[in-house]
Design a protein around this ligand. Structure first.
Ligand SMILES: NC(=O)c1ccc[n+]([C@@H]2O[C@H](COP(=O)([O-])OP(=O)(O)OC[C@H]3O[C@@H](n4cnc5c(N)ncnc54)[C@H](OP(=O)(O)O)[C@@H]3O)[C@@H](O)[C@H]2O)c1
Length: 274
């Protein structure tokens, strides 16, 4: 039996993962910034699920949730940094009032929650699941701020994987393509300062036409995440769904083309090289 602490459990992946884990017999600390919204979710499970307030932008709430989790279950062995939202718009369109809060949630919130959880996880070992995105694998026009935040998640996760290995803690970076959650609806902000010059890379129409029509089934995504968390040979990177896989394949091929085409020139840079 595993014990999970999950951020952003009010909808989408977080909520479905919390329910799937508790239904298979695990213990779950489901958290949300508005705990009232998730309290009813725990009722059927007779104490195997507790709900706690956790706003990832308020580090004190993460620390308090970790302390309560220790009181209730003696700790936890899976931390899921799931809370997040997106900002669409060209880099020139975005403003600090729009992009800084997005980094506070997606990047600094993940860092603070992880820092709060690590003293517990270092004792038990376990898994940190970080929700990145296909947008964390490759950047594309109109999504640069979200790309930057999820690239940060990737870098932090890769570094954590190395430094936490001696403690028996694994890291799983989940990189979903489009899945049918609230994400393209309430969890996307569009840069307000829309510029006609960037019409070609605008995601506005993409959002309008795809919200509610994403091909990805979030319950199937959750089943894959559970399988990966349980596996002895779990990957570090887990692109989820065919779109994310195609992004990863294109990125690797383009990266390889670049490093091979310029290899002889770009490696000739050491002092002792002619
Ligand atoms: N669905 C996709 O297509 C997709 C693809 C790639 C990556 N992702 C990633 O998957 C993760 C979950 O998104 P989702 O698809 O499940 O969308 P969702 O249904 O909109 O869920 C987003 C969750 O994040 C929570 N959240 C936002 N700000 C928060 C904060 N400050 N503190 C705590 N929780 C906060 C929301 O809580 P409130 O109810 O309080 O707003 C909500 O529970 C995100 O990291 C997203 O970037 C999703």
């Amino acid at each position: 039996m595993k014990t999970w602490l999950i951020t952003g459990s009010s909808s989408g992946f977080g909520q479905r993962l919390a329910l799937a884990a508790v239904r298979r017999g695990d213990q779950v600390i489901a958290t949300a910034r508005n705990v009232k919204a998730i309290e009813a979710m725990a009722e059927p499970f007779g104490g195997r699920m507790i709900t706690l307030p956790l706003d990832v932008t308020a580090a004190a709430t993460a620390k308090a949730a970790v302390a309560r989790a220790v009181e209730a279950f003696g700790g936890f062995d899976v931390l899921v940094n799931n809370a997040g939202y997106g900002l669409f718009g060209a880099i020139e369109e975005g403003t600090p009032e729009e992009y800084r809060p997005m980094f506070e949630v997606n990047v600094f919130g993940l860092i603070e929650t992880t820092r709060a959880a690590l003293p517990v996880l270092r004792r038990s070992g376990g898994t940190i699941v970080n929700m990145s995105s296909g947008a964390g694998i490759a950047g594309s026009g109109g999504g640069g701020y979200y790309n930057a935040a999820k690239f940060a998640v990737e870098g932090i996760s890769e570094a954590l994987a190395g430094e936490l290995e001696p403690f028996g803690i694994r890291v799983l970076i989940v990189e979903p393509g489009p899945f049918r959650t609230d994400f393209l609806g309430r969890s996307i902000t569009l840069a307000a300062n829309e510029m006609p010059e960037y019409a070609a890379s605008s995601r506005k129409r993409y959002r309008e036409t795809n919200d509610g029509n994403q091909a990805g089934d979030p319950d199937k995504a959750i089943a894959v995440i559970l399988q990966a968390v349980d596996a002895d040979d779990a990957p570090l990177h887990l692109p989820l769904g065919p779109v994310a896989h195609a992004i990863a394949e294109r990125k690797m091929a383009a990266f390889r083309r670049d490093i091979e085409a310029w290899r002889s020139v770009s490696i000739a840079t050491d002092f002792d090289q002619p």
